[in-house]
Design a protein around this ligand. Structure first.
Ligand code: ZN
Ligand code: MN
Length: 269
């Protein structure tokens, strides 16, 4: 096991608790919690795509700022037809809102109550966002009830973001030379496929990818879903034009800008 702080694993699950405590005692203050889903991503990407991407991006950000990464949430809130193809599709296994809020609330409150000053929830599954927000708010309420925090600069805090909100206009123009379809239908499309080709190429089957026009979905959500409205592939936009070079550009730009933003907001550790 490497022992200098710089060589220590960034993933807390790979670190022993004694060195975790030492890291906090030396001023380590930020833990990033990645949030994903277990969700079908068409014929060419694995079902763990959202959790794999949020965890890998979290590791790169943490390495740049001296933070640590908690284990990702590998299940997420229900896949919605207009953003993830739908919860009815085999290969998509979801948590309901109460379950996701309860789990995220425990994990956030747990780290903050043990002396971590800042938890950053790094989301990689569109449908999770509002429930993670609720979990953060309830976790801070739990701490206040226990007499921890209560406002002010040194009080525990939570930051919440979805990684695609850090993709710059310049990167978008390079990744989508024919025009950007919108984040909601970026499911199994060029962003996720390119990132996976760069970060986890052994898990991608481009020979199985299918080209089709972007999904055309109504402005309303209908429950139960009209299954035929989801394209046959389960992707809401096709992965046409995906490649590892675009994935590298997306990954490096997002990790760099996100780490800079977090350092400015929270300090270096
Ligand atoms: Zn996804
Ligand atoms: Mn998703």
């Amino acid at each position: 096991m490497p022992d200098t702080a710089a060589q220590q694993p960034v993933r807390l699950a790979h670190l022993d608790a004694h060195r975790f405590r030492d890291w906090m005692a030396r001023g380590g203050s930020t833990v990033i919690v990645p949030a994903g889903a277990f969700e079908q991503h068409g014929p060419h990407l694995p079902m763990g795509t959202d959790a794999l991407l949020s965890a890998t991006i979290a590791e790169a950000v943490a390495a740049r700022m001296g933070a640590k990464v908690a284990e990702p949430f590998s299940y997420g809130y229900k896949s919605q037809q207009k953003s993830g193809g739908g919860d009815h599709l085999p290969g998509t296994i979801s948590l309901d809102a109460a379950a996701l809020i309860a789990q995220a609330r425990c994990v956030i409150a747990g780290f903050l109550s043990q002396g971590v000053a800042n938890v950053v929830v790094l989301n990689g599954h569109f449908e999770n966002y509002q429930f993670l927000y609720e979990a953060a708010d309830l976790a801070l309420g739990d701490l206040r009830a226990d007499g921890i925090g209560g406002g002010g600069g040194s009080a525990p805090s939570v930051l919440l973001l979805s990684y695609w909100d850090y993709v710059s206009e310049g990167t978008l123009a390079e990744v989508y030379p024919d025009g950007f379809p919108g984040w909601d239908i970026e499911h199994g499309g060029v962003l996720e496929t390119s990132l996976m080709l760069h970060l986890h190429p052994e898990l991608v089957g481009m020979e199985r990818a299918v080209s089709h026009p972007p999904a055309s979905l109504p402005r309303f959500d209908r429950l139960p879903v009209v299954a035929e409205r989801t394209p046959e592939t389960g992707c809401l936009s096709a992965p046409d034009g995906s490649d590892a070079r675009k994935g590298e550009l997306l990954f490096e730009q997002v990790a760099e800008d996100l780490a800079a933003d977090l350092r400015q907001e929270l300090g270096t550790a």
